[in-house]
Structures are given as structure tokens and as C-alpha cells.
Design a protein around this ligand. Structure first.
Ligand SMILES: Cc1ncc(COP(=O)(O)O)c(C=O)c1O
Length: 492
């Protein structure tokens, strides 16, 4: 059982340290004229010696729960164990110390890695070309939808193809990216079995549709079994099909988005391919496309002439760049290593085990809580804490955290009331899954007053959820109600 270490640790800016070395000005070889407006007397960071800084971050890490701490069933995040070999390879000097502007002759190994990763992802998705540039899933979506826009622009249809059709079970980033790429969002309802209502789908997809965007398995963990019918119908109306492949663990090695009829796919390497998703860390959302969309991909693409690797291919109708250089290189190295270590069979095995684990837990949950939608799930499932005397999903989550167990995702997808979204992944043991199921089963038997003040044993106790979402204070300055310095205001 995990117990959070609780330290009374200030933030780094408030950490009092001893004076450390001061770099003599005359040691600075080059004088750079910093514009007056940007000059500051101090960085505001103060002086802290190495050991204070190390102790500070070690304490913070001890207060944290991560994939290396234990079972982490955060639905839609695929918090699987990420083997350490992937970090070791990413930390090799040859990868860690290179610079993206280095001569290509000096970085042939890195370019080979990017090329090979692209080839592997082509196989995994069935797509004809891939860009590794986007830095997150939502960034991949925006890239893919910008390609859709450019494609219809070239066909002189951008004035008429103005809509993207999205099911109501979609991740929030799908309608958001569609809107950002300049489309109107048309939402379609799901049926009580948790899949797209095919009649409503046919009403929604028209000659105005630029793309139909869907996750499969969807966010309820259910495989949309009418996907080929939907793909054929959308294509017959001249629309493109976008596959949100953020969660590939449910199909990896078993089928591909190409086989289902999709034209564009994004993947979240920071879920399925060995970088954890939680915590807003660095991500990677490669986008794959079919042949007719290859020319629109961001540039540059890495190519191989049989002898050398090159990084200067600019697709003729490119949408431009969506990130600097090649994206998050360290995440790409981890994904390459993971795929090489697992092999085709290993990836399929991971998918099968993840699906088996999810259904093992789903069956147990059904003994005490509704699990809406079709019975058999893929890599995750959503339970619904509704019914006589059931606690709220948020209360169950806080109770679990207070008892040293990481909570599932809650209140998503929006179409399930009091949702608990559970994704055990392939790395869960039977004992961990049983412990989690029992913890929730026991929580349901507790009087509701138990939950009122929980969590009690953590550094951060009960927060006001409504205030936190209605009045967010995402910067220190806002949290402390400090005024922005006029100097910085001008710079920003
Ligand atoms: C289904 C789905 N699509 C898209 C995303 C967006 O990915 P990212 O958080 O990397 O932007 C997520 C993230 O959880 C997701 O679950």
C-alpha cells in the first residue's frame, strides 16, 4: 500500500539558501546587448546551493505517485509500466547531446531512428506516410484537421465542406481541434449500447462534411462494430475519415485504422509507446495519412536513399511546420526502443493482455455497479456510480487516494453519469486488480459522511472543485494576487 510522504516544503522560489558563487562579469566573453525593456536586476530565483535544490526535488518526488509506484488505472491515459531500457537508450550521449542543426552526416544514427520509427508506425496503423512532429495528441488532431482543410482547399471545396462530425462520446480535444482548424462541429448521439447511432450518423454526414472523426474503441472502451459501414458511407459523401488513435492499446497488432477505412490517424506515443501520459509531461502525437494526403504533411520528412538518411524533404503541398525540428526527440527514442524490444508479437500480446485485464475487472465491477454499454470491452471500461445510496464518483476517487490507491479517471466520458473510467493496462497484476476492485466494493458500503472530508492523509486535502474550475489560478502571480510587473507586461 502506498503512503504519501508529507513534507512542509515551500516552492523553489521561497526556498531559503546560502549564497553560492557569483560569476565574475569579466569572464563573460561575448557581450550581448539586452534591450533595455528586457533587462532585470535579478532573476527572482535567489541563490540556492546544489544540496538544497536536490533535497527539494527528492522530497517532491516522494510526495508523488507515478507509474513506477504502483497500479495506476487512469482511464484513457494508458499508464502502463514503461521499461527502464527505454530511458537508458534515450539517455545515451549520442542521442542526448546532439543538436537539430548539426550536419546530417554527423547524425545519421538519429535520422535512421526517426526513419525506422516512421516505418514501424506505418505498419502499426496501415497508413502510407507519417509525420513525427506534433508534440501531443491534441497537436496531432490539429495537424490532421489542418491537412483536411488544405485537401479540400485544393479541391476548391473548402467553402462547402465546413463541418466535422464527432460522436458525443468523443474526447473533448476532438471538437476543440476541429473548431481551431476552422470547422463547425456536428455532434451525434450514441445509442444506449454506447456506440454511434447509425441512423443519426447518416443524417449528420452530408456533402457539407469535411471529416468524420472518431475513436475506436471509443471512450467507453467499446469497439464500434459498424465502423466499416460508417467509413463507406462517409466516403460515399466525399468526406475524409479521421481516427483518434490516442489509445491504441485496444487494437495494436490485431487490426489497423487503415483496415477500418480511415484516411488520417494520430497516435499518442506518450500512452501506448512507453512514455507516461499523466502530469502534462512531454508528449508526441505522430500523424499518419493515406497516399492521397501525403503531399500535405508538415515538413521536413526523413528519407533514405539506400545509403544515407536525409532530413530535407518538403512535401509539395505541405501545411508547414507544427513544431520545431522533429518534435519531442526523447519521446521518439523511447517509442522506437519499446517497439524494437516488443516486436510484432510482443505488441499484440500487450494488447491482448490489456483487453483481458480490462474485462476481468469489468466483470467484477458488474457485481456491484452498472457498467453501461455493450458487455465486452476493449482496453478500458466505464462504470457508473448511480443507484440507490451510491456515493458520487468524485467521493470514491478521493476515498481511494486517501487509502493509498490511485483513482481512476472520473466524470469522463460525459455521456455516462458519475463515470469511473478504468484502464488497468497490460502491466497490472491480478493481485493489484483484485485489491482495487475490493477497495471500491468496500467504499460503497460506507456511510456517506465518511467521504465528506476525505482525503485526510494527503498534503492537499479536500479542495473546492467548483471554485478550482470556475476561478483557476494557473500562475503563481495569480495565486498570490500579485501584480504583473509593468516591464514584463510590455515584453509579453
Ligand atoms: C481519446 C483521446 N484523444 C485525444 C487525447 C489528447 O491527447 P493529449 O492529451 O496528448 O493532447 C486524449 C488524451 O487523453 C484522449 O484520451
Amino acid at each position: 500500500m502506498y503512503h504519501q510522504a508529507v513534507f512542509d516544503e515551500p516552492i523553489i522560489l521561497d526556498l531559503k539558501g546560502r549564497r553560492t558563487i557569483k560569476i565574475p562579469l569579466e569572464d563573460v566573453k561575448f557581450k550581448i546587448e539586452v534591450p533595455e525593456i528586457m533587462r532585470r536586476e535579478s532573476s527572482g530565483m535567489g541563490d540556492r546551493e546544489e544540496f538544497s535544490v536536490i533535497r527539494h526535488y527528492v522530497k517532491l518526488s516522494e510526495m508523488n505517485f507515478g507509474v513506477d509506484s504502483g497500479f495506476y488505472p487512469l482511464g484513457s491515459c494508458t499508464m502502463k509500466y514503461n521499461p527502464k531500457i527505454n530511458d537508458e537508450i534515450a539517455n545515451l550521449e549520442g542521442f542526448r547531446m546532439i543538436h537539430p542543426l548539426q550536419d546530417t552526416n554527423e547524425v545519421q544514427g538519429a535520422l535512421r531512428l526517426l526513419y525506422e520509427l516512421t516505418e514501424s508506425l506505418k505498419k502499426i496503423t496501415g497508413m502510407d506516410e507519417i509525420t513525427l512532429q506534433p508534440l501531443a495528441g491534441a497537436g496531432g488532431e490539429f495537424t490532421g484537421l489542418s491537412i483536411v482543410r488544405e485537401y479540400f482547399d485544393c479541391k476548391k471545396q473548402c467553402d462547402t465542406r465546413t463541418e466535422v462530425v464527432v460522436p458525443d462520446s468523443a474526447h473533448g480535444s476532438n471538437p476543440a481541434s476541429s473548431h481551431m482548424a476552422g470547422f463547425e462541429v456536428v455532434q451525434i448521439q450514441s445509442t444506449p449500447d454506447g456506440t454511434v447511432d447509425i441512423e443519426k450518423f447518416k443524417e449528420a454526414v452530408t456533402e457539407k462534411t469535411a471529416a468524420f472523426m472518431i475513436t475506436n474503441p471509443n471512450t467507453l472502451g467499446i469497439f464500434e462494430d459498424k465502423i466499416v459501414e460508417m467509413a463507406n458511407y462517409a466516403h460515399s459523401k466525399g468526406a475524409l475519415l479521421y481516427y483518434d488513435g490516442a489509445n491504441l492499446n485496444g487494437i495494436m497488432g490485431k487490426t489497423t485504422p487503415a483496415k477500418m477505412g480511415f484516411d488520417i490517424v494520430h497516435l499518442n506515443l506518450h500512452k501506448t509507446f512507453s512514455t507516461p501520459h499523466g502530469g502534462g509531461g512531454p508528449g508526441s502525437g505522430p500523424v499518419g495519412v493515406v497516399e492521397k494526403l501525403k503531399d500535405f504533411l508538415p515538413y521536413p520528412l526523413v528519407t533514405f536513399d539506400g545509403k544515407n538518411y536525409h532530413n530535407d524533404y518538403v512535401p509539395p503541398k505541405t501545411i508547414g511546420k507544427v513544431a520545431s525540428f522533429y518534435g519531442n526527440f526523447g519521446v521518439l527514442v523511447r517509442a522506437w526502443t519499446y517497439i524494437k524490444m516488443m516486436g510484432e508479437e510482443g505488441l499484440r500480446d500487450a494488447c491482448e493482455t490489456a483487453v483481458l485485464n480490462s474485462n476481468y475487472m469489468r466483470k467484477k465491477f458488474q457485481e456491484f455497479m452498472p457498467v453501461p454499454g455493450k458487455t465486452i470491452k476493449k482496453h478500458e471500461f466505464v462504470a457508473s456510480s448511480v443507484g440507490a445510496n451510491m456515493p458520487k464518483a468524485g467521493d470514491i476517487a478521493k476515498h481511494l487516494i486517501d487509502n493509498g490507491i490511485h483513482a481512476p479517471t472520473i466524470y469522463f466520458p460525459l455521456i455516462v453519469p458519475e463515470a469511473l473510467m478504468i484502464e488497468p493496462t497490460e502491466s497490472a497484476t491480478k493481485a493489484e486488480m483484485d485489491q482495487f476492485v475490493e477497495a471500491v466494493r468496500q467504499a460503497l458500503k460506507l456511510p456517506h459522511e465518511t467521504f465528506e472530508k476525505e482525503p485526510l492523509n494527503l498534503k492537499v486535502t479536500r479542495i473546492d472543485d467548483v471554485d478550482a474550475s470556475k476561478n483557476p489560478k494557473p500562475t503563481l502571480r495569480l495565486a498570490r494576487k500579485e501584480q504583473r510587473e509593468p516591464l514584463q507586461q510590455q515584453v509579453i
